[in-house]
Design a protein around this ligand. Structure first.
Ligand code: AMP
Length: 294
């Protein structure tokens, strides 16, 4: 089949090329409609569907993309074993009343000769940027491409990946990409664990230990909110994570909510962010730190 001819999976139209994506979106635009984009790497869960629901309330058409972006994985990371289920994802998107799935392959996103990278400064350098060199350049490049390919009015990203959200806000602002970036609150399991495609990797005992990440973040945020010294509250939080079975901690930090620089001023909104390992699985989570009385 010509890759530009309309394709569907079940009830859901699918575009596999930039040309097919633009044809659909141009037709909507001519009819005066607005478009929201929800970029994902697939293996969809209720967190992703919350982004679709959020987007649907803001625009008349919703496009979800699925692309497991090789350039944001380091060689030793889980690109090859990252869960993939396009048919299942398409059924979930159709059920969530998404209008179009954009599912390009790597050759479509990175054709021969591709050699441009979007490198983001300070906001991408700490936290996960320190432990995953090149990750945010991969994210920033692919998201800039998706925003420009779709020309979406609005794009939705989860607060679950809080540093990624701030990096993307910076990219859109710095490159004058005419899009509104929407952050959507983290969807959690009943026991507090943030939904993540990578939760599928957890063994039963690891799954049982995992909600401690959110519990420790909440306790640390409470301590800081009650006026505890930040360095002391973080040290107590790090010790609690080790006791809860997180044998390796990449970071637990209190940061400025926008710049992600270490939180220095009590009157600024902050964010408490952590990345920690259970066995071979790296989990991340974060919570807001409201401004405190100076
Ligand atoms: P991913 O497929 O993991 O790249 O995620 C795609 C989008 O879904 C990103 O904007 C994520 O931040 C968002 N997302 C992932 N998990 C959650 C969650 N538990 N709650 C809200 N958004 C999420």
């Amino acid at each position: 089949m010509d890759r530009d001819t309309p394709e569907t999976i079940g009830a859901l139209p699918v575009a596999r090329t930039v040309a097919a994506l633009r044809r659909r979106i141009d037709a909507w635009r001519r009819a005066g409609e607005s478009v929201v984009l929800v970029p994902t790497m697939g293996a969809l869960h209720a967190g992703h569907l919350a982004l679709v629901a959020h987007g649907r309330a803001l625009a008349s058409r919703c496009v979800a993309s699925i692309f497991v972006n090789p350039s944001q994985f380091a060689p030793q990371e889980d690109f090859s074993r990252y869960p993939r289920d396009e048919a299942g994802d398409a059924a979930k998107l159709a059920g969530a009343r998404c209008d179009l799935l954009y599912a390009p392959d790597a050759a479509q996103m990175y054709p021969g000769g591709f050699s441009t990278t979007v490198t983001v400064g300070a906001v991408a350098e700490g936290l996960c940027g320190r432990f995953r060199p090149g990750h945010f350049a991969g994210v920033a490049t692919v998201v800039a491409k998706l925003l420009l390919q779709s020309g979406a009015d609005i794009a939705c990203f989860g607060e679950k990946d809080y540093q990624q959200l701030q990096v993307i806000r910076r990219v859109a602002r710095d490159l004058d990409i005419p899009v509104r970036i929407e952050g959507v609150p983290t969807v959690r399991e009943p026991d507090g664990l943030a939904l993540s495609s990578r939760n599928l990797y957890l063994s039963p005992p690891e799954r049982e230990a995992a909600p401690a990440l959110q519990r420790v973040l909440a306790a640390t945020a409470l301590d800081i909110g009650r006026g505890a010294e930040i360095a002391q509250a973080l040290a107590a939080g790090r010790a609690a994570l080790a006791r809860a079975g997180f044998a390796r901690l990449d970071y637990l930090e209190a940061c400025d909510a926008e710049t992600l620089a270490p939180l220095a001023r009590a009157d600024r909104p902050g964010r408490l962010l952590a990345a920690a390992w259970l066995g071979r699985t790296r989990l991340i989570d974060n919570l807001p730190l409201p401004p405190r009385a100076a």
